[in-house]
Design a protein around this ligand. Structure first.
Ligand code: PRP
Length: 203
């Protein structure tokens, strides 16, 4: 049985430099956050909304641990250029739920400058929710440029490039079960790219 589970585990990609938060650490912190949120929102029927893509994994694990039933909602935004200092975003997939008069808890994977969330919060507040708060797995306050009302933080992190547990490098590595720093010089091709390379090599 042990052998069976071992052969099914994915190997750690070479791009992983150092695991910063392993599966156990993340899972116990997610449970703590979920207990806190469960206490604060009991009987308030909140909308728990993950911001795609990064927060998908964290949102899934968080709602699993809440003490009240909740169906997570999701919003997807597109930023107008990463270097933009306005944080201006376009909503490319909106929430399913009408948030007017409802308590909203936005879920993020990481807050850096805060520009994205600052802008998104302003858009959502125009819809008159009863309240709006933010829960982020990771908070990188040293990069903060804009105020954001973060209520729940999983871990504070410093300015290192992180991958895993939803965080990506060009859409790679979101599926890693841990958060790790990355060797930026080692980027492995995705399976599809590898297949293409193999085909090309045969030609
Ligand atoms: C990341 C993260 C936040 C944003 C934080 O998203 O999920 O939404 O950056 O940056 P900021 O605080 O400096 O504004 P990203 O654009 O990488 O998209 P993703 O969620 O699809 O990975």
């Amino acid at each position: 049985m042990i052998f069976f589970s071992r052969i099914n585990r994915k190997s750690t990609p070479a791009a992983v430099k150092k695991v910063v938060f392993d599966e156990m650490t993340i899972s116990s912190r997610v449970e703590e956050l979920a207990s806190e949120i469960s206490r604060d929102y009991q009987g308030r029927d909140p909308i728990v909304a993950g911001i795609l893509q990064g927060a998908l994994v964290f949102t899934r694990d968080l709602v699993k641990n809440l003490s009240f039933p909740v169906s997570p909602d999701f919003i997807r935004i597109s930023r107008y250029g990463r270097q933009s200092r306005t944080g201006e975003v376009e909503i490319v997939k909106d929430l399913q739920e009408d948030i007017q008069g409802r308590h909203v808890l936005l879920i993020e994977d990481i807050v850096d400058t805060g520009l994205t969330l600052n802008y998104l919060v302003r858009i959502l507040l125009e819809r008159n929710p009863a309240s709006l708060a933010i829960c982020t797995l990771l908070d990188r306050t040293e990069l903060r440029l804009a105020e954001v009302p973060i209520k729940y933080v999983g871990f504070n992190v410093n300015d290192e490039f992180l991958i895993g547990y939803g965080l990506d490098y060009r859409e790679y590595y979101r599926d890693l079960p841990f958060v790790a720093t990355m060797n930026l010089e080692v980027v492995e091709p995705r399976t599809a790219d590898r297949r293409q390379q193999t085909t090309d090599n045969r030609q």
